[in-house]
Design a protein around this ligand. Structure first.
Ligand code: MN
Length: 617
């Protein structure tokens, strides 16, 4: 219902994001349930509108890295939060993953989430194609949860506040209970927030909830101006987990509003206990801190989310091309324009960012495209906000038809298939859903669970190096490294016997033993006996690429698929290999026409850009 009167002063409600978005933004989503629970009871007494505790990347990281069942986390939190509604972030048809799932997965996920204690579902689509959130909205209503549909706020010449008001009206018509302005990149400037909220208040009759990030240090000002304009609910995190790529600090907002008509009424002493707890917990996770903390003005200059900047930097580092960061940053807006100005949020930020990187490092725009880009241009993520560049689409897709229907309409039901495939590994309906969302990761998790989660410490190296034998320790033999947002647990085992001039070194990466054969450039004095029995095998050496018909990878990666066999006739531009690099699949084309003479790779091989992978003559 339109409300044209000046909004009456009212108490502002707060959603606390400390247990979800704050650690997703600051600590790569790595906080364990055991570190969330100790202050849950205190948090429950504070009087938040809701606490965001689940969804987004938490589901994935629980299974993938934390050896935790995400459903169990939800149940544990529900037990602890007796009064405060629990909230989650749902990526519409992507659920909590990175691709579109069939409707039966979406529906069952929502049903089970409600059953396990979830109350409010913030639902968005990365392209603001609201066909992609219809199923989830319907499922939440049916399951008795509250819907908080969101539009993704972004910038670009096709956007202005009236466009967002139109989006909000559509979401209101879909039956959402509250409306969320999702400023996932911290791009919403204070005065724009005032204007946007004022316009929304005039046009829709729903409570409005602002979500923003402090990436470029505007969040407190933006939140305050939104409150002045009548926003109903705002997102904050406990101050020890706030600021930077996270939300604005809770205590700061509470204090600013104290004694005003918008007073939150929240108790700063209680909040202080939460902040103290997470101050010490955060130290425990320091290995996961993003190197891009603090204020990031690039987020405003390039209109690129903070998290994306660090991802791009890491991708370029892997290509030894960090010096080309400026060029890539300038390419991002061009690719985004070619793609019809999608908001940059999972998964569109990865799709655009990786393509921009490829366009720069390969030296030719769209010479190499990822499978995700193809699917995007085919319409398999939904309808881009503006028309895509027709020439580029033609170059990449040829005459292939573009999908006009809702992408999930093309998907067969997936749940029963998942149930069969997961077999005995899935003990509950929740397990079946976990499998349907992340098959490989769930199976690895379930196997560990079946073994009762054996201690994470690999036994072998400890046993191999008896006390006193290990020699001086100059650096820890066990540490975490972070490679584009993913962390690896590295443990140095030791070295083995030298054979054929090469010495094997043994490392554990995420508790998996890896053997590295090293050929020293300079012969070193024979050292003491290796502490681990060696297992030296031959290592196939690929020829270096020299001729134009030597097909090379554009970047280091792993071979996913070989599309040709020896003797095949190929035309210049034909795909011969699919390489996975930078979390995306990339087609590798033959630069020349001829016959496939040699293939020097097999599926699963790691390859480098200087090697001849396939030889065409
Ligand atoms: Mn966020």
């Amino acid at each position: 219902m339109p409300n044209s009167k000046k909004t009456a002063a009212k108490k502002v409600r707060i959603m606390d994001t400390t247990l979800r978005d704050a650690h997703q933004s600051l600590l790569a989503t790595r906080m364990k349930t055991e570190d969330l629970l100790p202050v849950a009871e205190v948090m429950d007494g504070i009087g938040f509108w809701s606490v965001e505790v689940w969804g987004g990347a938490t589901f994935d990281t629980c299974l993938r890295f934390l050896r935790e069942d995400p459903w169990e986390r939800l149940r544990a939190l529900k037990k602890a939060f007796k009064k405060t509604p629990l909230q989650m972030l749902l990526r519409g048809q992507n659920v909590v993953g990175y691709r579109h799932y069939a409707d039966d997965v979406v529906e069952r996920f929502v049903e089970k989430a409600v059953e396990n204690g979830m109350n409010v579902f913030r639902i968005f689509d990365a392209l603001n194609d609201f066909r992609n959130i219809k199923s989830s909205v319907k499922a939440v209503i049916k399951s008795g949860g509250k819907v908080e549909a969101a539009f993704c706020y972004t910038l670009g010449h096709i956007y202005n506040n009236d466009v967002f008001v139109d989006m909000a009206k559509k979401l209101e018509d879909m039956g959402t209970d509250t409306l969320c302005i999702k400023d996932m990149a911290g791009l919403l400037a204070p005065m724009d927030a005032y204007d946007l909220v004022s316009k929304l208040k005039k046009s829709i009759g729903l409570p409005i909830h602002l979500h923003t990030h402090d990436t470029s240090a505007m969040a407190v000002a933006t939140t305050l101006k939104a409150i002045e304009a009548g926003v109903d609910i705002v997102d904050c995190a406990a101050s020890s987990m706030a600021g930077g790529t996270s939300q604005p600090p809770l205590e700061t907002m509470v204090h600013i509003l104290k004694g005003t008509p918008h007073d939150t009424g929240l108790d700063l002493k209680l909040i202080g206990q939460v902040t103290e707890h997470f101050k010490s917990v955060r130290r425990k996770y320091h290995a996961f801190e993003s190197e891009y903390t603090g204020i990031d003005p690039n987020a405003i200059i390039y209109q690129v989310p903070g998290g994306m900047i660090s991802n791009l930097a890491t991708q370029l580092k892997e290509q030894n091309a960090l010096n080309r960061m400026e060029e890539v940053m300038a390419e991002v807006p061009r690719v985004r324009e070619d793609f019809g100005f999608p908001p940059l949020v999972t998964p569109s930020s990865q799709i655009v960012g990786t393509q921009a990187t490829l366009n720069i490092v390969t030296g030719e725009r769209y010479k190499v495209v990822t499978s995700e880009v193809k699917n995007y241009l085919k319409g398999l993520y939904g309808k881009p906000p503006a028309p895509v560049n027709a020439d580029i689409r033609k170059k990449i897709l040829g005459d292939e038809a573009v999908v006009e229907v809702r992408p999930a309409d093309l998907l067969e039901p997936e749940l029963e298939k998942a149930r069969k495939e997961a077999g005995e590994k899935a003990k509950t309906d929740e397990d079946v859903i976990s499998y349907a969302l992340f098959p490989k990761i769930f199976l690895e998790f379930a196997e560990l669970r079946d073994k009762g989660f054996p201690p994470e410490e690999p036994k072998k190296p400890a046993a191999a190096a008896a006390p006193g034998e290990a020699g001086p320790t100059l650096a820890p033999s066990e540490f975490m490294i972070n490679v584009h947002g993913e962390s690896y647990h590295i443990k140095v085992g030791g070295k083995g016997h030298k054979s054929e001039g090469k010495r094997p070194y043994f490392l554990w990466v995420d508790n998996q033993l890896v053997e590295v054969l090293v050929e020293p450039l300079v012969e070193v004095l024979p050292s003491e006996e290796g502490k681990i029995s060696p297992n030296v095998g031959g290592r196939s050496k690929r020829p270096k690429a020299k001729e134009p018909g030597d097909v090379t990878a554009p970047m280091p990666g792993a071979v996913v698929k070989i599309k040709v066999k020896v003797g095949d006739q190929v035309k210049a531009g034909d795909t011969v290999l699919i390489i996975e690099a930078m979390k995306m699949e990339n087609e590798v084309h033959t630069p020349v026409t001829g016959e496939v003479k040699e293939i020097h790779v097999k599926e699963g091989d790691s390859v480098n850009p200087d090697e001849a992978l396939v030889v065409v003559r």
